[in-house]
Design a protein around this ligand. Structure first.
Ligand code: HEC
Ligand code: HEC
Ligand code: HEC
Ligand code: HEC
Ligand code: HEC
Length: 411
């Protein structure tokens, strides 16, 4: 009996051993390497060696094995027309030699893994998904502080940064000590831990990674954060409004550009030998106070809440005035320059609610006195007044036109 058991166990061990050997020859990477070597002329086979390839870059804390499968990435003379056997596009590996930069510093992914899915970061508990295609532009700013110098290679990053200002995102969000504090700071949103995004993940389809989360947030912020209505709650608990983040109706290319910019805001500090510092931007020159005011209106994100040209229309739950942030087209009619200055300095909570039993409106007018200097506030006032003048010019009849002619008569 004992002898029989001994034979059975020995046989089982041998089977497992052979199976393990066989599995090892059938790994993702061994298959790719065999497939690749078969395409080579016998004379060229010496140029590539088999086995796991590994690049260690201590300075950047990288151990990357990507070249195990991407065998011809820096050998264009051997490369084939399909992944993972293509050569690297452009001159990126000449500018950033593999032994000094490795791959994940630009591409994300899991450097040490040797299975395709795991290496590309498409597995649970890996928070650096592969940055495919143009998304890789989000890595460059960690080292190239002077983005202008490489702008032809990073069009989406440049555009995303510009859009962040044009759309007025700074009105509610701080990046590196600049911006309004109505909402969360975004200085490191590109490395936000998944644990803190968990609630949003539950509201969106897979894949649950930062790339898709940011996209979802930009396309339809209310889908991720719809609030809780009074009738869904036990009596006595206060309703929760949907997110105060406006629906911007961004076009696809705007989403992509903002996504690249937001992903570039990371918690990653490479050693100074890898970094080119930012150059101070030259101070812009404006022809008139109104032009300067328009630029200030945009730079500080007034646009984010009051909309382009101050036309209003952004939602503000339970605020009087049709649950909207007010338009600024007519402020010249109700505010003297001094009153306007005081209002911009001190900000204001919405004066009354639509319905008193519902919570206070989420969007308020921030105080700007510590942020905007006096010349800029003067320019803002000139700009805000000019909005009313524009209304007058564009209407040909009605009370506004009458008011306009009265103005002219007085002058
Ligand atoms: C086990 C083999 C393997 C490893 C290891 C591997 N890759 Fe890949 N890679 C592939 C294959 C196969 C493809 C083509 C299919 C695909 O896109 O998934 C590919 C495609 C890619 C692409 C193009 C994706 C696209 O959609 O155009 C990039 C970029 C890439 N890999 C980067 C990396 C980086 C960076 C690493 C290291 C962290 C890495 N790979 C490690 C096998 C591998
Ligand atoms: C300096 C940053 C940088 C480094 C380092 C880098 N890449 Fe790239 N990689 C890029 C850029 C930029 C592109 C072009 C993306 C585009 O415009 O489509 C690219 C494209 C690719 C592609 C083509 C598929 C695609 O997504 O466009 C593959 C595959 C790839 N890289 C793999 C690697 C591997 C493997 C390494 C390491 C040996 C590496 N890269 C190192 C920046 C880099
Ligand atoms: C880990 C830091 C790092 C990352 C990430 C990085 N670079 Fe670089 N890059 C450098 C360094 C360092 C140099 C060499 C600078 C020099 O020549 O003095 C360089 C050189 C370059 C050059 C050549 C500049 C010249 O004038 O010769 C270009 C273009 C460039 N990088 C573009 C990019 C792009 C595009 C990305 C993102 C896909 C990127 N880099 C990502 C550090 C980085
Ligand atoms: C009226 C104020 C307001 C404006 C303007 C605004 N947001 Fe937001 N944003 C919020 C609020 C409030 C939240 C937090 C609640 C939520 O996640 O929905 C938020 C959350 C976010 C988040 C998620 C951050 C995190 O860590 O959870 C991102 C990313 C974001 N906003 C990007 C933008 C971008 C890009 C713009 C400009 C196109 C913008 N926001 C404009 C109010 C605003
Ligand atoms: C975070 C959103 C937000 C930002 C950013 C913001 N505002 Fe406001 N603003 C409001 C809200 C909400 C009100 C209405 C307050 C109320 O109901 O009393 C308001 C009111 C005003 C008013 C008074 C309008 C009226 O009809 O009474 C002026 C003027 C104004 N804002 C100018 C600005 C300027 C200039 C900036 C940029 C420096 C700015 N706002 C940035 C939310 C914002």
């Amino acid at each position: 009996m004992k002898r029989l058991l001994f034979f059975i166990l020995t046989a089982a061990c041998s089977v497992i051993f052979v199976y393990a050997l066989w599995r090892d020859t059938d790994r993702d990477w061994t298959r790719y390497q065999h497939q690749f070597v078969k395409t080579l002329e016998p004379a060229n086979r010496k140029l590539v060696s088999g086995g796991i390839k590994q690049v260690i870059v201590d300075d950047l804390k990288r151990v990357d094995r990507c070249t195990t499968c991407h065998v011809a990435i820096d050998k264009p003379q051997l490369a084939l027309g399909e992944e993972p056997f293509k050569a690297h596009p452009g001159k990126y590996l000449q500018w950033h030699p593999v032994e000094k930069f490795a791959c994940t510093v630009c591409h994300g992914g899991q450097g040490i893994a040797t299975e395709t899915l795991a290496a590309h970061g498409d597995v649970k508990h890996w928070e650096e998904p592969l940055l495919r295609g143009q998304l890789v532009q989000s890595s460059c700013a960690s080292c190239h502080g002077d983005v202008q110098a490489i702008q032809e290679h990073v069009p989406l990053l440049v555009r995303g940064k510009q859009l962040f200002q044009e759309k007025g995102c700074y009105g509610c969000h701080v990046i590196k000590d600049f911006g309004g504090q109505l909402s969360v700071e975004l200085t490191q949103v590109g490395s936000k831990p998944y644990q803190l995004i968990h609630a949003d993940f539950e509201m969106m389809p897979h894949p649950h990674d930062r790339i898709h989360w940011i996209e979802a947030k930009l396309r339809a912020p209310r889908l991720l954060n719809p609030g809780v209505r009074q009738d869904q709650l036990p009596p006595g608990e206060e309703e929760v409004f949907p997110t105060a983040m406006p629906h911007f109706g961004l076009a696809d290319d705007e989403v992509k550009a903002l996504q690249v910019y937001l992903l570039s805001l990371r918690d990653f500090d490479p050693p100074t030998s890898y970094v080119t510092p930012a150059k101070p931007e030259p101070a812009p020159v404006y022809a008139t106070a109104v032009d300067r005011g328009r630029a200030v209106f945009q730079r500080f994100g007034c646009v984010g809440c009051h909309n382009v040209d101050g036309v209003g229309g952004r939602h503000n739950w339970n605020a009087g005035l049709g649950e909207e942030v007010p338009s600024l087209m007519y402020v010249k009619m109700y505010y003297s320059e001094d009153e306007l200055r005081t209002l911009i300095h001190n900000g204001r909570q919405p004066a009354y609610r639509g319905r008193v039993h519902r919570p206070v409106p989420p969007v308020f007018m921030p105080a700007w006195k510590d942020k905007i200097n006096e010349e800029d506030v003067d320019a803002l006032i000139a700009y805000l007044y000019s909005l009313y003048d524009k209304v007058l010019q564009s209407s040909t009849d009605g009370p506004a036109a009458v008011a306009a002619s009265a103005d002219v008569a007085v002058q």
